[in-house]
Design a binder for this molecule. Structure first.
Ligand SMILES: NC(=[NH2+])NCCC[C@H](N)C(=O)O
Ligand SMILES: [Mn+2]
Ligand SMILES: [Mn+2]
Length: 311
């Protein structure tokens, strides 16, 4: 069922491509947006009836500081901060015009910008985070120092004072965040989820209740009377690596092809989607077939969230 959106002024989408890999150590994830667009995503969205406004392939490497020594444990902190601040304003600009904001990554640190950008325009929006990982480490709890494992702690205001990220204002509350797909959560992150009462549906709950019930429970949790705008942040590593192999931190036991798509279809049906991220597609990992599979799935997840139906 294709549904009218409650929050958009027109059926238009602003596409922000963010070829950025500074939130983690593996090269190539910055090629994600280029590949996804080469595979025809923009035309596919037009065929679904969307007016597409693409910001163009920006060169975020121009923002790379000459020197960026670790801030505590955090790696590339100044670079991540500058890029995400700019992404936040691109996302806000599309939302202010009444368009949906679609951001193509790049690594998941970029969501620090996209979610901040959404909350600046829709302060009561909720966040549905689809991922194998919780990405909620604080500057103290992170073992890796990779900021793609930390964006949610900044958005929730539990990261403590980090001067480099002073532009990030706490804009998310624990009751407006829900996860689906988790299966590789650090010990420190489990503690944070418990302490803040954050709702999470791991793969165990997906097995136990089935994806349809999980998505329904997730939406009911973050948007109790269906009235909140939804930001969907989709890390492609939520999908099982047998189906979407080209990603930097693959974890076995993930969502099936259909489960992954069902989530997008059900969120479309709410009519409340205002922003979507597609993150962590890395076209330089694995072989050509794997890249084809991963990029193709990335495109179809976005199409399903934007109204493509099977019938
Ligand atoms: N967006 C991702 N793929 N995140 C993986 C994070 C892995 C690990 N928890 C870390 O903090 O380093
Ligand atoms: Mn992940
Ligand atoms: Mn992630």
């Amino acid at each position: 069922m294709s549904v009218q959106n409650k929050f958009l002024k027109q059926k238009s989408v602003g596409v922000v491509g963010v070829p950025f890999s500074g939130g983690q150590p593996r090269d190539g994830v910055d090629l994600g947006p280029l590949k996804i667009i080469e595979f025809g995503l923009l035309d596919q969205l037009q065929e679904l009836g969307w007016q597409v406004k693409f910001d163009g392939h920006r060169d975020y490497t121009l923002m790379k500081p000459a020197s960026d020594p670790p801030v505590g444990r955090l790696l590339n902190a100044r670079y991540v901060s500058a890029v995400t601040e700019s992404v936040a304003s691109s996302v806000s600009a599309h939302l202010r015009e009444g368009s949906l904001a679609l951001t193509l990554g790049g690594d998941h640190s970029i969501a620090l910008g996209t979610v901040a950008g959404t909350m600046a325009v829709h302060p009561n929006a909720c966040l549905i985070w689809i991922d194998a990982h919780a990405d909620i480490n604080t500057p103290e709890s992170t073992d890796s120092g990779n900021i793609h494992g930390c964006p949610l702690s900044f958005l929730l205001g539990i990261a403590g004072q980090v001067d480099v990220f002073s532009w990030v204002k706490p804009c998310l509350t624990p009751d407006r965040l829900v996860y689906i797909g988790l299966r590789d959560v650090d010990a420190g992150e489990k503690k944070i989820l418990r302490e803040h009462g954050i709702k999470a549906f791991s793969m165990h709950e997906v097995d136990k209740y089935g994806i349809a019930q999980v998505v329904q429970m997730a939406i009911d949790h973050v948007s109790p009377n269906g009235s909140r705008p939804i930001h969907l942040s989709y890390d492609v590593d939520a999908i099982d690596p047998a189906v979407a192999p080209s990603t930097g931190t693959p974890v076995r036991g993930g969502l099936t092809f259909r489960e992954g798509h069902y989530i997008c279809e059900a969120i479309h049906e709410t009519g409340c989607l205002v922003a979507m991220d597609l993150m962590e597609v890395n076209p330089s990992l694995e072989d050509e077939t794997a890249v084809f599979q991963t990029v193709t799935i990335g495109c179809s997840l976005v199409r399903c969230a934007m109204g493509e139906t099977l019938l």
